[in-house]
Design a binder for this molecule. Structure first.
Ligand SMILES: [Zn+2]
Length: 209
């Protein structure tokens, strides 16, 4: 399936003397991570290696993001804009994108990410806890207790959310709803699933009318 926004043969390299701006966006949270410039060779290398690679105007050579820090950007997709002179690169960052240590060159996640993008971060954090099982983590304890205990928590939080909706204030409802979303994320992960899988189902339902 190709559409005019993915057909890179349309790119107009002449406008920027062989360089085009490339906006890099977190593929799940939507956070804008950085802006760089690509020439045709950088674009080709990005696609062949799956590591986002730019043409560095200061170094005057190809520069693979993370080549020295290890904080690479793993390519997920590339789209081009209506005028075929700007790239939108969706990527999965490994480590902070900015050399100053923030997740984005435009600041910290909390400042840059769209509000609902935090759900992607929560999902990733729960997946990390599942894989690494750090001591003294409540999430680790849940995974160690097993699916029945986690499922029980989802049930309890669901009931508490329902009760809060009827008889408590907004703060209490929001608190219970947050507990529910957290435990829902954990129970999905315990089954090898993610919030992204749930969002896919919701989106399919929506597009199906
Ligand atoms: Zn930066």
């Amino acid at each position: 399936m190709s559409d005019s926004n993915t057909d890179t043969s349309r790119l107009d390299w002449s406008k920027g003397n062989g360089l085009l701006p490339a906006i890099v966006q977190h593929w799940l949270s939507g956070e804008v991570l950085m802006l760089g410039y690509m020439n045709a060779e950088a674009l080709a290398q990005t696609r062949s290696s799956s590591h986002v690679t730019f043409y560095s105007r200061s170094k005057q050579r190809l520069w693979t993001k993370g080549e020295s820090s290890g904080h690479v950007l793993v390519l997920k997709s590339i789209r081009i804009d209506c005028d075929a002179d700007t790239l939108l690169v969706q990527a999965e960052p490994h480590g902070p994108t900015c050399h100053l240590g923030t997740s984005s060159c435009f600041g910290d996640s909390a400042q840059v990410r769209p509000p609902l993008g935090f759900l992607a971060e929560l999902d990733a954090l729960v997946a990390q806890r599942h894989a690494e099982r750090p001591d003294a983590s409540y999430t680790t304890k849940l995974f160690d207790d097993g699916i029945r205990r986690i499922a029980q928590k989802v049930g309890e939080e669901g009931v508490e959310t329902a009760l809060a909706a009827v008889v408590q204030g907004d703060d209490e409802l929001l608190g219970e709803a947050a507990d529910l979303v957290f435990h829902l994320t954990v129970v999905l992960r315990a089954r090898g699933l993610s919030l992204a899988d749930v969002v896919r189902v919701l989106a399919e339902r929506h597009s199906g009318g």
